[in-house]
Design a protein. Sequence first.
Length: 276
Amino acid sequence: MININFKNFSVSNNLPFVLIAGPCVIENEKHSMMIAEELYKMCNEIGINLIFKSSFDKANRSSIKSERGTTLEGALRIFEKIKNDFNIPILTDVHNEDQCKKLNQDNTIDILQIPAFLCRQTDLLLAAGKTNKIINVKKGQFLSPNDIKNIFLKIETTNNNNIMITERGTSFGYNTLINDFKGLDIMKQFKYPVIFDATHSVQQPGGMGDKSGGQREHIPSLCKAATSIGVAGLFLETHNDPDNAPSDGPNMINIKDMKKLLIKLKKFDDIAKNNA
């Protein structure tokens, strides 16, 4: 079993789950700090390790008219403040080799995330691996659980074994994703930490014509199923007003509902890992 080590905690399939959470995309400093503070307080109270996530650029939006985010430089200033104020690791997406090179020179970002649509892009995986940062790869909606071994092999050629894989649903016809929970056990056989992304699992890609839809009401059930099996972490995008969020609102959980859900999920996780 491979452990991914941070300053204050480790992530592994046999350890208590870590929460990877934050708004889908950075809107402004005030909003990001507000969400980070609320997450930090509730996780500290419940006893859950937290990684803050948010994207600086949503490069794969459905429509050319959709909002994409802020600049990398602007995002880094916000991420640095969150990291310094709350002493938590930071995760953000990368979409090309140039972004990897820029972030290689920066100590603010702890985890580079490879978007699901780009998970087979060899040059991107290698560029991310060469940064020696932790790499979280979103499993493509088009991949089987066993296919991820090729992703690991690519990154391992850079002598970087700090890898996590995130399940975020599998395409099922048009505009729909489903979860095959056998896949979590299959992916855990490769020893790397397996994360379950409940919010993107309920996404309906392109389901609203020029943007994606979602069914956030199913997030709690999927989280309970994943934690009952046992995963290294949960990925939950959250917002204080998801219905009016600039990106992925229909599949984000309202932050006011987060604490109650996390308390329940910790109990499922404790039982699955015999910590009850």
